[in-house]
Design a protein around this ligand. Structure first.
Ligand code: FMN
Length: 385
């Protein structure tokens, strides 16, 4: 074992589940599931990551059982998987069985695209997209989305009704139940990047004056209800992970919180609703989140809530997601010294790895053994390696 990274290979128990190490595969949309159903190739893809010793696999975003959960969300996604219906559930069962056969642990990332879903797209094109206040967000900000897409999306629509909000929360519950029935080990909730739970958290997309809007605490109410609903389904023994981010696809520089206190106002109620692990999505793990402290966003999530947290962003690579998208490649970077310095101080409990693991299914084992790591290039996205 490479001594520098040895602490990453200590097991971690979360509720009744023990992970063999602290390395987590980050959720990554791959669009290889025709009609929402992951095939044998997808099952083999996840199984290889368990074989490669990754402690916890979080799947790509998986649509919840709601007609407006999935569609074209600016990235021209097609073939996105969902968590309902006989065919998809049988397929997910096969995915889970493959991962378990390699002593792996796997959670689905439950996803509702909210305002990011373009009207008229997805498996139910007639369903209106879900927008808390009918708003997509401000235009003219730094975004990877095409200008004509932004112009179309920016046209205001009807705000979600109380019934629609209740229906979506129930959909999260049904999909969490489906996931438990096919054998998943826990649930991850996508509450980041400008999708539905995040649309309620962000004041630019939530200007409601009822129960679901107002100050930061009130804007967290939707996420709270989603977490409570999922906790009720999974019970006391299964972990729940909640992913959040400051940045949004609509606005890379957006911030939900400018101070630790503001972050506490958001995460406190979500934590109390039953989250075990906060997944703080940033592009570079090695950056201080607020002035006056070196803590990164995951560090603050842990400090403010007392829950476990995981750090992500450029682990093993020299460029973050959008920088490598622009340049076409990111070289392997042995940035473990900076990572381990933070990890051994107890800043966070898990490390989450995206592109490195997308490119190389055995990345985690190679890190343990101190073997050479590879670069990531956009070609890796075209295949399920
Ligand atoms: C191809 C691709 C697809 C992604 N899809 C998702 C997704 O479905 N859900 C999500 O929360 N994040 C998604 N992300 C973000 C990753 O989970 C992760 O946060 C990001 O890649 C940073 O980690 P990295 O620098 O190790 O790649 C995606 C990233 C990539 C590269």
């Amino acid at each position: 074992m490479d001594a520098q990274v040895a602490p990453l290979f200590a097991p971690l128990t979360i509720r009744s589940l023990t992970l063999r190490n602290r390395v987590v595969m980050a959720p990554m949309t791959r669009s290889f599931s025709p009609l929402g159903v992951p095939g044998a190739d997808v099952a083999a893809y996840y199984r290889r990551r368990a074989e490669g010793e990754t402690g916890l696999l979080i799947t790509e975003g998986v649509g919840v059982d709601h007609p407006a959960a999935l569609g074209d969300a600016g990235l021209k996604e097609a073939d996105l998987p969902h968590m309902y219906g006989e065919a998809a559930l049988a397929a997910w069962r096969a995915v889970v069985e493959g991962v378990h056969a390699e002593h792996g642990v796997i959670f689905p990332q439950l996803w509702h695209q909210g305002v990011m879903r373009k009207a008229g797209t997805g498996p139910h094109p007639q369903a209106p997209s879900c927008r808390p206040s009918g708003l997509w967000g401000p235009t003219g900000r730094t975004t990877s989305l095409a200008a004509d897409d932004v112009a179309t999306c920016a046209i205001p629509t009807t705000p979600m009704t109380q019934t629609e909000i209740a229906d979506v929360i129930a959909a999260y519950g049904r999909s969490a139940r489906n996931a438990m029935e096919v054998g998943f080990d826990g649930i991850a909730i996508h509450g980041a990047h400008g999708y539905l739970p995040d649309n309620f958290l962000w004041e630019e997309t939530n200007q409601r004056t009822d129960r679901w809007g107002g100050d930061r605490r009130r804007r967290s109410e939707f996420a709270v209800e989603v977490v409570k609903t999922i906790r009720a389904v999974v019970g006391a023994r299964r972990p729940v992970v909640f992913r959040f981010s400051q940045w949004k696809q609509q606005d890379f520089r957006a911030r939900l919180a400018n101070t630790p206190q503001e972050l506490e106002e958001i995460l406190g109620p979500i934590s109390d609703a039953g989250v075990d692990v906060f997944d703080a999505s940033v592009r570079y793990f090695n950056r201080a989140e607020f002035e006056g402290s070196p803590l990164n966003l995951a560090g603050w999530a842990k400090k403010l809530t007392g829950k476990l947290s995981m750090a992500v962003g450029g682990i093993g690579l020299n460029k973050g997601v959008y920088d490598s998208k622009r340049d076409g490649a990111a070289a392997a970077a042995y940035n473990f010294e900076a990572l381990m310095e933070r990890f051994t101080r107890g800043e966070f409990d898990l490390v989450e790895v995206g592109r490195s693991l997308l490119h190389d299914p055995h990345w985690t084992r190679k890190v343990r053994l101190g073997e050479q790591l590879g670069e990531f290039n956009e070609e890796s996205l075209k295949v399920l390696r």
